[in-house]
Design a binder for this molecule. Sequence first.
Ligand code: GLN
Length: 510
Amino acid sequence: MSKQGQQTLEQVQHFEGKYPKQIWSLFFSEMWERFCFYGMRGMLVFFMITQLNFAEKEANLQYGATQAFVYAFTFIGGLFADKILGFRKSLFWGGTLMIVGSALLATDPHQFFFFGLAFIIIGTGFFKPNISTMVGELYRSDDNRRDAGFSLFYAGINLGAFLGGYICVAIGKGYMLASVIDEAHRWNVAFGLAAIGMLISLINFHFTKFHLGPIGLKPGHPDAIVKVKALPKWAEYAVYLATLLLIPLVQVMVSKTEYTDIFMYLIGPLTLIYLFYEMTKLNRVERNKLIAALVFILFSIIFWGIYEQSGGSLSIFAAKNLNDSMLGGLFHLDPNGVNNSGGAFFIIILAPIFGLLWIWLSKRKMEPNTIIKFGLGFIFLGLGYYVLFGTKFFAQDGIASLDIFTLALLVITVGELCLSPIGLSIMTKLSPGKLQGIMMGMWFLASAYGQYVAGLIGASMAEAREGDSLADKLITYTDSYKQLGVYSLIAGVVLIALSPLVKKLMGGVK
Ligand code: GLN
């Protein structure tokens, strides 16, 4: 034990059984944060179109911009956590901003739409990468239980995404609790629920963080894992102040997508330059590992660009071109709710099966390595988009089958499980201690680019269908999904072909 009676890092990392007990603290905090985040995400495009009277193209671009900023700020959140705040304080600060943002939206979503979103964007940046990095720190570098831990954590992410993703938009649209919430207040309640989710996340973290030992302590704290000189207290306050000053700026930038373009052109190259500078301080083996991490990061941009149609163009597709009959009419569900939460539902079901599958394969020395898993991720994503294309063969007057759409979500989810949790885990394995937060931020920055590209793709689809009949729109959308399916399959094959090279760079990391 250290002097505060907390466990030391060695004690935390020497745990019996499959999972460290601290993972549950992170599991539940992340679950409730994702409840808030996905609750919000599911409402954005629908709210913009029906309540703020945005055109579909504009809503797609706006949505892409918001999501791009959300994930871009994870790089900044990771950087400040590594250098100044530490993971725990970052998480608290981020969570608090997210509560304020959702509360603003709950108060008056029309008036505070972009203002509230700006808080949520910056807040997620401080929260999201840092909680994932803490999961990685629960494991010794040679502990092969780490992937299983990330799979469990990923299930938590998706439990939150599933609940928030369905409930919030369904309440806003009046699919749920319509008899108890009058029409004028449905969106307020829906956004308010997101704020409550975030509050629960922080309360949970507050009461359980003591079990984390030194994990997540501020750099310079005597017990912190990476030893550096203590920083003056004002550095921490300066971060808080700078964040608040950034809010109006972010608000303007998301509301005008031209600024998003400039931001996206700059942030990627700048972060790369910074990373290359950090790389000069490392030895060759460490540097090669970071180059391998960058290959994963670059490919994940393509993955998310295709995958993330879900919050944008697929959300419009669900609203207009899908029926609401599930399992041949056995019950009826809000197609937007299904689109927003179906993937998460399948992850919860499939994650344990995948966990067992990887263990089963590894016992037989047949477990595919990380690069092949990534390649498979793309191949399933591509197949899933082919099924989306297939919805047009199960349609009447431009309204396609929700069942086939849900099947597509299932196949896409298999792809996600081959890539996303493994991506988190591999970032923590390939990064040296003092760059953990930044590299996790880079991983999510790739999602930012993916989201940005997704918005552009979605906007071009919306443009093509302005004024068309529903049946024509169905054809335009599904043909575009087929195209995306092809790109995804190509990326999968290229990645698998590159696998021997990347494996060499990874120098023994599996
Ligand atoms: N669905 C995952 C999450 O919410 C991954 C998101 C991403 O990296 N784009 O954490």
